[in-house]
Design a protein around this ligand. Structure first.
Ligand code: UDP
Length: 326
């Protein structure tokens, strides 16, 4: 049985990856310090004999006995509200955490895939963003702690690959949505859906002309899985190129949820990228991958998920409203 270590396993992406690798017949070692992850996301896997959980912070030395075939490094805060609350932890997990896991991969001769992000492109001057673009990032802005940690992650991963011959993969993940996102993490999908469900107005930051391109979780997991199994060692964008402005997106959520609330405008947070759309030519060519789930279909599934939460969980909101404050 192949063994895989998944860090950030109790998070949104990590928990869906645990499900996928269990389904594929792997032995899954899940690791999380639960700083932003939620154990409930993986509770259903605890009874399985091919699953184990380690409550551990990967910025500290990571040791596991026995062989290890694959490592997926997905531990990191991943929403702007989190970077503001825990900036040092964000920097540490991307740098020290990645260093520890690369060391483990070298020791165990494991293949390692690290979770990078479209944020390495910053507020992009090239549109859509392809993997050759170097990005436009402020190292000292509020997002710098995440963006630079992930850029360092890519850099040290390539160094381990070139210098130590470690078998590495780098995925650049664009905006992704699905069940198990935290209602209060401030990201726009749970923010708008939570507001609709609580009967609050939808808060659009800026004039809503900034764009994003949203990928459904199952498509994202499929892309990551294919990249891990491929031979390709340079970064690959995985995301859905279907772009929308945030204002149109708010209108779409109003239609979908049937809420009678209106849209209210709040100041745009500092360094909020004005546009973001993945160029997925590489993923298509190398992995034979492209997204299958359209936004209307995916958003409906996610809305049904949020609707199924208890009223207490829904009220536990309180979504970020740090627009204009940073
Ligand atoms: N956004 C918004 N209202 C909210 C939350 C977010 O208008 O209540 C905007 C935000 O300013 C950004 C976009 O939605 O332009 C996506 O934000 P998110 O935090 O989901 O992801 P990121 O900015 O990292 O792409």
């Amino acid at each position: 049985m192949k063994k895989v270590l998944i860090t950030g396993a109790a998070g949104f992406l990590g928990s869906h990856l645990c499900d996928r690798f269990i389904k594929e017949g792997f032995y899954v070692i899940a690791m999380d310090n639960l700083i932003t992850g939620n154990i409930k996301n993986i509770e259903h896997l605890f009874p399985l004999k091919e699953f184990e959980f380690h409550h551990h912070d990967v910025t500290k030395f990571v040791h596991l006995p026995g062989k290890l075939d694959y490592i997926l490094h997905f531990a990191s805060p991943a929403s702007p509200i989190d970077y503001l609350k825990i900036p040092i932890e964000t920097l540490k997990v991307g740098s020290l955490g990645t260093l520890n896991l690369l060391g483990l991969a070298k020791e165990k001769k494991s293949r390692i895939l690290v979770a990078s992000t479209s944020e390495v492109y910053g507020d992009p001057l090239v549109h859509p963003q392809n993997e050759e673009y170097y990005g436009n990032v402020s190292p000292i802005g509020p997002r710098g702690v995440y963006d630079e940690a992930k850029r360092f992650m890519e850099s040290i991963t390539m160094a381990y690959h070139r210098f130590h011959g470690v078998d590495t993969r780098i995925v650049r993940i664009f905006n992704t949505y699905g069940s198990r996102m935290r209602l209060n993490d401030g990201r726009v999908v749970p923010a708008f859906m939570g507001q609709a469900l609580r009967g609050e107005d939808l808060t659009v930051f800026g004039d809503g002309s900034q764009t994003r391109s949203f990928c459904y979780i199952d498509d994202q997991v499929e892309g990551i899985y294919r990249l891990l199994m491929s031979d390709y060692t340079n970064p690959v964008n995985i995301g859905n190129p279907h772009e929308t402005t945030i204002l149109e997106f708010a209108q779409e959520i109003i239609m979908l949820t049937g809420t009678e609330q209106k849209i209210v405008f709040k100041p745009l947070p500092k360094d909020d990228p004005l546009q973001r759309q993945p160029d997925i030519a590489k993923a298509k060519e190398i992995l034979g991958w492209e997204p299958k789930v359209g936004r209307a279909e995916g958003l409906k599934i996610v809305f049904d998920y949020f609707k199924s939460l208890s009223p207490e969980e829904l009220q536990k909101k309180k979504h970020r409203d740090f627009s204009g404050t940073v």
